[in-house]
Design a protein around this ligand. Structure first.
Ligand code: NAD
Length: 243
């Protein structure tokens, strides 16, 4: 359906994986889309803008440029994120700070910079890419899970702060999604095929989630059809959290 036609969207981390699938689906549904990423190369008709969500000035410039080139901003998808493995004994403080800079403060900066534009929209929405790690205790993911728990809390608190203005804020909680991120993880495993099988087995559906399945959930939450939905987390996790 053409349900995003006439809307303008900004997707952070939009040059790869879930972000690229989301930007591509948004465009197919009629939206004008900018991808904010460290890597600005994205296929037509997407507009690539180079920026680092860990740098406030860079985010402000990118958000304002996206709004100027797209003719305003209706939708912001805070999807840029990085991973880390380990228990609380494994990651040095600097790595904790780095992950919070990108995964948590990146959401804060981008949303904050976009708010003046969202306030001028008739259908404003923010969708954050959170994770099943925000709700489930996954082994050797202390740091990553803590950042995603923060994103979940931020989603709810921001939704409460903005509901009176008609700005909706939701998140998706993906399970393990078959993106370049997981490809990199598997490449470092001793036995990539066995590691992939283990990741598949961890999901009740017995397979990895596709980026397109996460994109479809984000597009629903971002669009006017979800007008009564704010402050929620939609699991797209093969049943991991629910079963
Ligand atoms: P990916 O690595 O394929 O894509 C992430 C994109 O974000 C890349 O294009 C990268 O350049 C960009 N990015 C990273 N740091 C950035 C920064 N500082 N500023 C701007 N852009 C930056 O990863 P993905 O699997 O598509 O993950 C996207 C999001 O989904 C992340 O927030 C991740 O935590 C979340 N997630 C992924 C999975 C999974 O299994 N792949 C599961 C749950 C949640």
């Amino acid at each position: 359906p053409d349900d995003l036609s006439g809307l303008s969207a900004l997707v952070t981390g939009g040059a790869s994986g879930i972000g690229l699938a989301t930007a591509t689906l948004f465009a197919a549904r009629g939206a004008r889309v900018a991808c904010l990423d460290l890597v600005p190369e994205v296929p037509e008709p997407l507009l690539g803008i180079r920026a680092d969500v860990a740098d406030d000035a860079s985010v402000r410039a990118a958000v304002d440029r996206a709004a100027a080139e797209l003719g305003g901003l209706d939708i912001v998808v805070n999807n840029a994120g990085i991973g880390a493995q380990g228990t609380i004994e494994d990651n040095p403080d600097d790595e904790w700070r780095r992950l919070y800079e990108v995964n948590v403060l990146g959401v804060v900066r981008t949303t904050r910079a976009a708010l003046p534009h969202l306030r001028r929209s008739a259908h404003p929405a923010v969708v954050n890419t959170c994770s099943v790690a925000a709700t489930d205790g996954l082994p050797a993911r202390a740091l990553y899970s803590a950042t995603k728990g923060a994103v979940l809390a931020l989603t709810r608190a921001t939704a409460a702060d903005l509901v009176a203005e008609g700005i909706r804020v939701n998140c998706v909680n993906p399970g393990t999604v078959d993106t370049p991120w997981v490809g990199r993880l598997l490449a470092t495993a001793e036995d990539p095929a066995a590691e992939r099988a283990a990741l598949e087995a961890r999901q009740p559906t017995g397979r990895l989630v596709t980026p397109e399945e996460v994109a479809a959930a984000i597009a629903y939450l971002a669009g006017p059809a979800a007008g009564a939905t704010t402050g929620t987390a939609l699991a797209v996790d093969g049943g991991m959290a629910g079963l």
